[in-house]
Each structure stands twice: as structure tokens, then as C-alpha cells.
Design a protein. Structure first.
Length: 506
């Protein structure tokens, strides 16, 4: 599930120096009257931003209960339809940080609107697709288009805040997070209902009215914002410390800051790895050699850049942050294996309809929403992350005992067991990124966290293809559950052995 990372607080440098509880506890009232903040960030501003921000998570999960119907339509197995999952995450992993940089340079409103147009076009391509290949193209376009909304929304809120001299209220940021969680929760159910009633093409067609509505509301209500002025070159009296911090990271960047060649190398590396992972049953080992060459080229290029697309030096120095990315990616590898693999098993091995499978998956998403709200109120990090790892292991053991004769109530409870750690891990790792990110780089750090999550999703899609082959079976589910149990132990060890989490009130 595509969880939405919280935006950086206005005082990024100050927040990075505080404990996690202090960072999360700061309210929108800091230095400003709450009533003024509420008026400045009203429904007309937040409604289109929420609508745009829900498109990526809802498209991430909505496809899960339509994969079987798509496979039957094009005579494709699970290994082939897995491309529909991994292609969107591959595109998103590259596009999220790229769109954030474009929003800073070209203006967030412009990038937000352009992204919605791409989403609408992607919906049309998927609705009319004559083959699985065209559907994959539609998913790539959806990954690119939906990736524009969240970073552009954050940049727009920051620009709006600076212009009015009113900090963005924390409840506003919470609404954006809730939009992502709730849309991810209803995604499997909505996809199942659409596939069962109107056909699987409706899963793609629904993006057209959503994108058009979002575009109309954004064009009418969002303030016109150009590229943010550079703090270093801004004229006028010297900024206060708070103003300088609020503007950090949102100034006009030099052309080299986008690093297009670094983005190209990164995309080529991820694509090569995905091509290898998608055929684990018959691996093409030469692709690993190509990936190694691309990784070496990317490292050499980024290390010579003053403003690299991926700051490898920072990641090498900041080992706690790097461990958080690894822990987050492995956690979501398990979660996405269950989210997609379990839904397919419910339909193909157990014989449930796509709509019933979506309903059985609903407890997983509802549990994730509930524990994410609970996790957001928790000051510590280590305790909720430890509990998340334990719950992942418990859920994996439960799936080892599941079969095609298991009662529906037990199957729904099994899904909920994986939703509980999802919410705890999402908020816990986000808080860790907040605390571990270098001063002034919280936004970039949050973007890389999403990339780690998408890499987990891509790997999960390949493992599902390996375990299931052409059809989901009990044996394939048990192989997936055993792998999830091993990965859960790894996540637990990464949590317990991370000393930096012990000093974060956890």
C-alpha cells in the first residue's frame, strides 16, 4: 500500500535536532494564531490536494482484485499480470523525487495540473487497451501522473504558507495522509466491485472522471504559484531564522540540480533489476551483470555531482537512515506479497469472486488505518516497530496453516493481522526518517523512503510470480508465507539492533 509520508515541518533544522516525540508533538499554533491558520488553509485549498493525493494509493491497491479477471481476458497467468503491479511502482519510484524537483523549479500548481492530465490519459489508454502490453503502458503512465500530486501538494502548501506568513497547520498535513490511507483501504473493495459489475476495464476508466474533477477543482481553487525564490538570492532585509528554515529546500535550483542523467541511470538500473526479478523462475543472469554496470556508473556519476539525484555520501554517513530505508523496504515487501498474493489466492484457489475477495481484504486496510492513527500518537519509535515485526511474523505463521477449505472469517482475520503492522511500521519509519534526516533534507529523505517502499512492492510482485506461476495454489501461498516469516525475523533484528532507535523514546 502506498502510504503518504508526512510533510516536513516548517522548522526542519530545528526538528531534526529534537527527539521524535518533540517533532511530532509540535502543533500548528507555533508562533501564529490557530484561527488565522484555519482560514488560510480552508476546504478550497485542501480538497483538490486530497483528491490528487489519493490517486496513487488507490491505483496501487485497486488493481489487486482485478488481476484474475484481466488474466482471464488476455489468457495470462500470475507471472504476466504481476507486471501490472510492478510497472506502476517502478514508474512511481523514479517519478516521485523527480516530480518534487520539477515542482520546485516550474511551480507546484503547474506540475499538479499536468500530473492530473497524465492520469486522465492513462485511464483512457487502459480502458481501450487491446492487449496486456497496452495495459502495462497505462500503468506506467498512471505511476508518472499520480506521482506528481503529493510532492506538488507539499511544495504548494509550503509556498502558500510562506506567502501568507502562516505555517501549515498539522491537521492539514494529516488530512493528506488520511486521504492516502483511506483510498488504499477502499482500493481492493472498489476494484473488486468494478471488476464484478462493470468489468475490469472500469478499474482504469474510473481514473478519467477522478482526474477531470481534480483538474477542475485545482484550476479553480489552487493559488497560482510560480517557482519558489531562492533564499540565497532573495532581495530585501535578512530573513529571520524561522523564515529561512521555512524556505529551505524550496528555492529556485540551478539547472544541474534536476540531474537528468542521474535520473536516467537510476531508471535504467531499476528497470534492469525488475526485468531480472520478474523471471526468477528462469533467471536471465546477464541482466545482473548489466545492473552491476549501471549501479557502478550511477555511483560514479552521483559522487561527482554537487546536487546529485541520490546523495550517496549522505547515505553512507547516515547509517541509521539507511537502515530505516532497508527496514521499511523489507516490511513492505512482506505487506505487498500478502496484499496482492493473498487476494489472488482467495479468488483462484478458494473460489471467491473478485468482489468477495475485496471484502475479505478490507479488514487488512481498516486495521492499517487504525494502527497508523495510533502510531501517529505514539512518541516512541522502537516499541511500535518491534510490535510491527512481531505481528508480521504471527500473520505469516497463520498463513502457513491456511488452505482452500479455511472459513472466510478466519481468512479475513488473517488479512487483518497484516494490516496491524502496516500502520505501525508506516508511522514508525516515517518518524525515524524525520529524526534521522539531515537538517534541511527532510523532503528528499521522505522521497527516498517512498522509493524504498516501491522497491519492496516490485520485489513482491516478482516473488508472487515465482510462487504461483500460472495459478495461485495452497502450496504457493505456503511458500510465500514461509518467505514472509523469514523476512519478518530480519525486520525484527533490524529494529532491535538499531541503536539509534533506543534514544528516540522507543
Amino acid at each position: 500500500m502506498s502510504g503518504t509520508p508526512p510533510a516536513p515541518a516548517a522548522g526542519v533544522r530545528k526538528g531534526a535536532q529534537k527527539g521524535v516525540g518533540e517533532v511530532l508533538g509540535e502543533g500548528a499554533h507555533e508562533g501564529v494564531h490557530e484561527g488565522a491558520a484555519g482560514r488560510a488553509f480552508g476546504p478550497r485549498l485542501i480538497t483538490p490536494l486530497m483528491l490528487g493525493s489519493l490517486l496513487n494509493p488507490i491505483n496501487s491497491t485497486m488493481i489487486s482484485t482485478a488481476l484474475v479477471a484481466i488474466g482471464h481476458s488476455f489468457h495470462a497467468g500470475a507471472a504476466d499480470t504481476a507486471w501490472l503491479v510492478s510497472s506502476l511502482y517502478l514508474a512511481s519510484a523514479i517519478a516521485q523525487p523527480t516530480m518534487g524537483r520539477l515542482a520546485d523549479r516550474l511551480g507546484p500548481r503547474r506540475v499538479f495540473l499536468t500530473g492530473l492530465l497524465v492520469v486522465g490519459a492513462a485511464g483512457a489508454v487502459g480502458t481501450l487497451a487491446p492487449s496486456l502490453g497496452w495495459l502495462i503502458c497505462s500503468r506506467v503512465l498512471l505511476g508518472i501522473g499520480t506521482s506528481a500530486a503529493y510532492p506538488a501538494a507539499m511544495a504548494l502548501l509550503r509556498a502558500h504558507s510562506q506567502r501568507l506568513g502562516v505555517p501549515t497547520p498539522r491537521p492539514v498535513l494529516g488530512l493528506l495522509s488520511l486521504a492516502g490511507l483511506s483510498s488504499a483501504a477502499v482500493g481492493p473493495v472498489l476494484g473488486g466491485v468494478l471488476a464484478a459489475t462493470l468489468g475490469w476495464r472500469a478499474v482504469f476508466a474510473v481514473n478519467i472522471p477522478l482526474a477531470l474533477l481534480g483538474f477542475l477543482l485545482a484550476a479553480l481553487w489552487l493559488p497560482r504559484t510560480g517557482p519558489a525564490p531562492s533564499p540565497a538570492t532573495a532581495s530585501g532585509p535578512a530573513k529571520t531564522d524561522a523564515q529561512a528554515q521555512a524556505g529551505a529546500g524550496h528555492g529556485r535550483k540551478p539547472p544541474e540540480s534536476l540531474d537528468p542523467f542521474g535520473i536516467l541511470l537510476f531508471g535504467a538500473l531499476l528497470t534492469t533489476l525488475m526485468l531480472f526479478l520478474m523471471r526468477l523462475g528462469h533467471p536471465s543472469w546477464y541482466l545482473l551483470a548489466v545492473a552491476a554496470l549501471l549501479a557502478a556508473g550511477l555511483a560514479g556519476w552521483e559522487l561527482r555531482r554537487r546536487a546529485p539525484f541520490i546523495d550517496l555520501r549522505m547515505l553512507a554517513r547516515n547509517k541509521p537512515l539507511s537502515l530505516t530505508y532497508l527496514r521499511h523496504g523489507l516490511t513492505y515487501l512482506v505487506i505487498y506479497c500478502v496484499m496482492y498474493g493473498y487476494a489472488q489466492w482467495l479468488e483462484e484457489a478458494h473460489g471467491f469472486s473478485s468482489s468477495t475477495a475485496g471484502l475479505l481484504m478490507l479488514p487488512m486496510s481498516v486495521a492499517a488505518m487504525a494502527t497508523s492513527l495510533l502510531g501517529a500518537r505514539t512518541k516512541g519509535i522502537r516499541a511500535p516497530l518491534t510490535m510491527a515485526a512481531v505481528l508480521l511474523g504471527v500473520g505469516s505463521v497463520m498463513l502457513l496453516g491456511a488452505g482452500h477449505t479455511s472459513p472466510a472469517l478466519l481468512l479475513a482475520a488473517g488479512g487483518a493481522l497484516f494490516g496491524l503492522p502496516q500502520g505501525l511500521a508506516s508511522t514508525g519509519n516515517q518518524a525515524a526518517v524525520y529524526a534521522q534526516a539531515p537538517p534541511g533534507e527532510t523532503g528528499s529523505a521522505a522521497g527516498l523512503q517512498r522509493t524504498a517502499q516501491y522497491l519492496g512492492a516490485i520485489t513482491a510482485a516478482s516473488l508472487i510470480g515465482l510462487f504461483y506461476g500460472q495459478r495461485a495454489t495452497d502450496a504457493g501461498l505456503h511458500d510465500m508465507a514461509l518467505t514472509a516469516a523469514v523476512l519478518s525475523v530480519a525486520v525484527l533484528l533490524l529494529t532491535l539492533l538499531d541503536r539509534s532507535l533506543r534514544s528516540r523514546r522507543g
